[in-house]
Design a protein. Structure first.
Length: 85
């Protein structure tokens, strides 16, 4: 499924695809907000939950950019060649 196809779905169907096909990649807390990053095909969905009520506050689908970079920056990408061989 392409991102454009996902965005054309109504909200209920978007959540169905997210729960059935999405793979949880990462999670973090920002105060009382739990942020979850899911991968679906070739795009990502970020969900924000209120940690107290466990209600969804926000959902955004995207392919790249600042929203993805904040997760990537958590993990070092530099590899020492001696560690590989």
């Amino acid at each position: 499924m392409k991102l454009s196809e996902y965005k054309m779905l109504d909200e209920k169907k978007q959540y169905d695809v997210l729960w059935n096909e999405g793979v949880l990649i990462d999670a973090c807390f920002d105060g009382s907000v739990k942020k979850l990053l899911y991968a679906i095909s070739n795009f990502f969905v970020e969900l924000w939950f209120d940690a107290v009520s466990n209600k969804i506050l926000w959902k955004l689908s995207f392919k790249q950019g600042v929203l993805l970079e904040k997760y990537l920056n958590k993990y070092p990408l530099s590899i020492d060649i001696d560690d590989v061989f």
